[in-house]
Design a protein around this ligand. Structure first.
Ligand SMILES: [Zn+2]
Length: 79
């Protein structure tokens, strides 16, 4: 019975160590992804060409606009 407990404790320790190392390792990768994603998230206004974060842009038909005014202006007179 005590052997089983020892085996269980060893497995728990291995599990915790793996979790600890996994937590530490991907942090750098996540940070790297974040910076690259941040760059990808910059979009260009289809009307005036200004660059702005994707989250702040207005997206219509896969085109991004910096403001509602430019979205309307671009749709009223395309290209
Ligand atoms: Zn614009």
């Amino acid at each position: 019975m005590s052997r089983i407990l020892i085996v269980i404790v060893i497995f728990i320790v291995i599990y915790l160590l793996l979790r600890y190392y996994r937590k530490q390792m991907p942090k750098k990768d996540v940070l790297g992804e974040d910076t690259s994603k941040h760059r990808e998230n910059m979009v260009r206004c289809a009307h005036c060409g200004v660059h702005l974060p994707k989250g702040e842009s207005i997206m219509v038909d896969h085109k991004h606009y910096c403001s509602e005014v430019h979205r309307r202006a671009h749709i009223d007179e395309p290209e």
